[in-house]
Design a binder for this molecule. Sequence first.
Ligand SMILES: NC(=O)C1=CN([C@@H]2O[C@H](COP(=O)(O)OP(=O)(O)OC[C@H]3O[C@@H](n4cnc5c(N)ncnc54)[C@H](O)[C@@H]3O)[C@@H](O)[C@H]2O)[C@@H](O)CC1
Ligand SMILES: [K+]
Length: 579
Amino acid sequence: MRTSIRKTKTMTCLLANSLFVKSSIASFQSPKPSLYLSDAFCTFPTGFCNSNPRCSRRWFCSSSRTMEWISYLSQLEAAEIDETLMGPLGFSVDQLMELAGLSVATAIAEVYRSSEYSRVLAICGPGNNGGDGLVAARHLHHFGYKPSICYPKRTPKPLYTGLVTQLESLSIPFLSVEDLPSDLSNEFDIMVDAMFGFSFHGTPRPPFDNLIQRLASLHNYDQTHQKSPVIVSVDIPSGWHVEEGDISGEGIKPDMLVSLTAPKFCAKKFRGPHHFLGGRFVPLTIVDKYKLCLPPYPGTSMCVRIGKPPQVDISALRENYISPAFLEEQVEADPFNQFHKWFDDAVAAGLREPNAMALSTAGKDGKPSSRMVLLKGVDKDGLVWYTNYESKKAHQLSENACASILFYWDGLNRQVRVEGSVEKVSEEESEQYFHSRPRGSQIGAMVSEQSSVVPGREAFHRKYKELEDQFSDGSLIPKPKHWGGYRLKPELFEFWQGQPSRLHDRLQYSLVEFITNKFSFLVTSLKELKIAVFFSELIKVGVCSRKSQKLFHSKILVLLLLQAICYTEISEYLHAWRR
Ligand SMILES: NC(=O)C1=CN([C@@H]2O[C@H](COP(=O)(O)OP(=O)(O)OC[C@H]3O[C@@H](n4cnc5c(N)ncnc54)[C@H](O)[C@@H]3O)[C@@H](O)[C@H]2O)[C@@H](O)CC1
Ligand SMILES: [K+]
């Protein structure tokens, strides 16, 4: 496709503009919602509670930040579980420590990006809690952070000396207590408190008493609105009573607590914004024996947030996009090739569902609707997705066959907008794709009466089950008449690359602009042709010399040639468009 490319440097905040929320929304009177069949993209969230039927130790806590049903352990139980894991259950301390430290590092990385919080100080104690801190520091190094370690009471066991050697081989600096800068706030963004865990008792002895005090006093900076490092406590905020919490009220107030195995009783007193659970190794025997209620871990994650995420000031949410410049010289002449290039980048970056796109349509009333759908094909003819032909989008497209598609690839700071006209794909194409889908999805499409109010999930599931039984012999599941694909034929592509300070790069390919440019060329050249013909007529009647006559003839020839090229380009384009 031949198109014109236009580049716009913009200083507006593209996302903030489009996501602006009106505060008057609260006054909107909503009737009781009906249960609708959802659009294809939406996946049902997996339950958070693993609903252990054997769980009787539910903790109902009034704190809005704490999960209502999670189990908490006493100091004795924590020590017992530790012994059982490393005794009859066959775990080694190295294994558990590695998984615990990895959980801490992943929880940190989930909340505090290395681009903003790179400088980490891990203060490690003499026991296993200190070991977790050493392991977490190693993983954080590999995640792109710059950790330093303060490890004043080293344990001369092979496990710990090995961890130290591993860190030294990565050139991670070890700082003595004396070497620590007098103002920790200036030097570090994250303080990992890995001094004491569930075996702590009494009051902290030197040098940890002083180190704990220094961490506790960091919060004074908050009060003076200076930037202070965030504190991440491993398993227990060091110095807190394992069950009673911060008895004096003057202890460490961590911003993040990563409870390991299960939270200990003191965690009920945690008031920071980020409470995570790590240590994804608890076997069912332990769950049963201690009647634990623990949340399931999402996907392959090593940590899970427990407690509500903090309330945020939406207006303060902003990202400074750091990405390479996106210049005209670098782009493909054909927007489809450019799209493929960026799509491949999104796949290579491991982004989840890079084919997820927001589809916006509007019916004859002009009121737009958007929803996420999945791109299922792209070639020179356009972009294809499949859906229910009785859905709202289908209804709107029947009234107004134009749509806008938006891809947002977060990890790459990229957005692609595609606009154009839409038509149904052929029945054969829909049939072919329908039968390539998993049988469950094929039955789902038969069950679905999308965008209609359903009596309830029960009826919906019953129908699914009936059809599943009907086709359990593996026979061909017929494509429902109301199911098929759409193809958007692009008229405009806009590629957006986020840049620092909102100086984003946008490159636009516009077919309309291409045609407009070509026509304006034709009009100008026709005018010139008329003038040239007029003068060559004058020559015929002897008004001009023979020399000028030759000049006008060659001009006429050149103009005719250019016009022919222009006509060919336009007809090629129109032909491609009508395909
Ligand atoms: N399943 C589990 O039980 C797991 C436990 N792990 C970690 O292991 C921790 C428990 O480890 P440990 O049992 O080694 O104990 P800690 O790391 O909690 O601390 C024990 C050390 O602290 C010293 N200590 C205790 N009270 C003190 C005080 N008042 N002043 C100065 N020093 C004091 C002790 O002499 C001992 O050297 C957990 O909190 C957790 O971080 C993880 O590594 C993996 C799994
Ligand atoms: K700790």
